[in-house]
Design a protein around this ligand. Structure first.
Ligand code: AMP
Length: 402
């Protein structure tokens, strides 16, 4: 069975085609700068011999329909395609950022589901409209394929109310659904399942702390396979400091800046989402750059790395308290998978919580899942590459009963 996964952004469409029988990706690509003259379509595919090839097309893509259509043409192109006809694609799995309280799980898309995703636009004004656009064009291009929505928020719908309610007037929750939702659900769920398989233990019997450190960053306390707390909130701005996002701050900062510095709503939005995090602290948002600058003696980069890893460490402590007993910590995503320096700083001096990293294992850059905790560590520390697209494909297959 072949499943196409689509992640539609406001000016981009990311796609990946999976052969579920062989459990491998046949092709992936990105149409970006849609609506601009300088649009780019990057298409990667596996040849019959199993080699990876890439082609880049530079020509204007006027809208999302055209973007997906061109991508599908490439998937079927006899020179560098991987399927003969679009009817080979049994289902399309869509990443949808916000499912509000409507969706506890992935679901087949129909008019009611579309209406509910539309209702969640107020909670994710930047993401849900773009996700809807992706669904609409996929329905046109693949009218016979099943369409499935996989939500970033669904995994966290198991949070207890004391973890998701903010201590603000309760009418704001009742009338406007202001609460913690959490994000990166597909990633946290994927690595939690992978951890259970790696440890040869049933997921239902494990307590895990999953730590997704990429451009965005979030953590999750997972009890028996269910999310019981997570660091992101109503939006993906809360929790850990990120590349350009601030994470948790005192909400009064906004009141003070609006009042004393006369910053507008737009200024504040830009400052919190685009100019904060690592970038705000040391001028660069890529962790590799931060580490390079710190090693070259840059004081701001040093403090940025300390702020970043200190917050991760605080959340590890908080989630140990929340779970009571922890079987494993799991590091994942760009920084979590690739940076021994960050992992070491996040876990330093946590022996009292039963967490100890083995320096040599931590610096081993082998591919795949690996255990980096020391022999004495009561809590296993794992590095697990995430694969959100594969998880969306698996969820899509599950929903259509494949
Ligand atoms: P992601 O959003 O999961 O793709 O993660 C992207 C981020 O991973 C980039 O912004 C980099 O900061 C970070 N990253 C990738 N490789 C490394 C590395 N070797 N060391 C530190 N950070 C890395």
């Amino acid at each position: 069975m072949k499943i196409l996964v689509i992640n539609s952004g406001s000016s981009s469409i990311k796609y990946e085609l999976f052969d579920m029988d062989q459990r491998r990706a046949l092709s992936s690509g990105l149409a970006e700068k849609i609506g601009e003259p300088s649009s780019i379509l990057t298409h990667q595919y596996l040849t019959a011999r199993g080699d990876k090839k890439k082609i880049v097309e530079k020509a204007e893509i006027t809208n999302h329909y055209q973007g997906l259509q061109r991508s599908v043409d490439l998937l079927m192109d006899p020179r560098h395609g991987v399927i003969g006809h679009r009817s080979e694609i049994a289902a399309v799995g869509h990443r949808v950022v916000h499912g509000g309280e409507f969706f506890q799980a992935s679901t087949r898309i129909d008019d009611r589901v579309m209406a509910a995703i539309r209702q969640c636009i107020a909670l994710a004004p930047l993401h849900n409209p773009a996700n809807l656009m992706g669904i609409e064009v996929a329905c046109k291009i693949f009218p016979k394929a099943a369409q499935v929505a996989v939500f970033d928020t669904a995994f966290h719908q198991s949070l207890p109310n004391y973890a998701y309610l903010y201590a603000i007037p309760v009418e704001l929750y009742e009338k406007h659904k202001i609460r913690r939702y959490g994000f990166h659900g597909t990633s946290h769920a994927f690595v939690a399942e992978a951890a259970a398989a790696f440890l040869s233990r049933p997921l239902t019997q494990l307590n895990l702390i999953t730590i997704h450190l990429g451009n965005g960053a979030s953590m999750c306390a997972v009890r028996g396979g269910k999310s019981v707390d997570t660091s992101m909130g109503l939006t993906p701005l809360a929790g850990l400091p990120m590349g350009t996002r601030c994470g948790d701050i005192d909400p009064s900062i906004l009141l003070i800046l609006a009042d004393r510095v006369n910053m507008s709503f737009g200024d504040l939005d830009k400052m919190l989402n685009k100019k904060s995090g690592l970038l705000g602290l040391c001028g660069v948002n890529d962790m590799r750059e931060v580490i390079r600058k710190k090693q070259a003696g840059d004081k701001q980069a040093k403090i940025a790395l300390e702020v970043y890893t200190y917050q991760v460490k605080k959340y590890i402590g908080a989630y140990c308290a929340c779970l009571g007993h922890v079987d494993a910590l799991v590091f994942t995503a760009g920084i979590g998978e690739n940076s021994p320096v960050v992992r070491e700083l996040c876990c330093r001096n946590l022996q009292a919580l039963g967490i100890e990293i083995d320096d040599e294992k931590n610096h081993d850059s082998a591919d795949g899942i690996r255990q980096i905790s020391s022999r004495n560590s009561k809590v296993k520390v794992l590095v697990i590459p995430t694969n959100e697209e594969l998880r969306i494909a698996q969820e899509t297959q599950r929903v259509i009963g494949g």
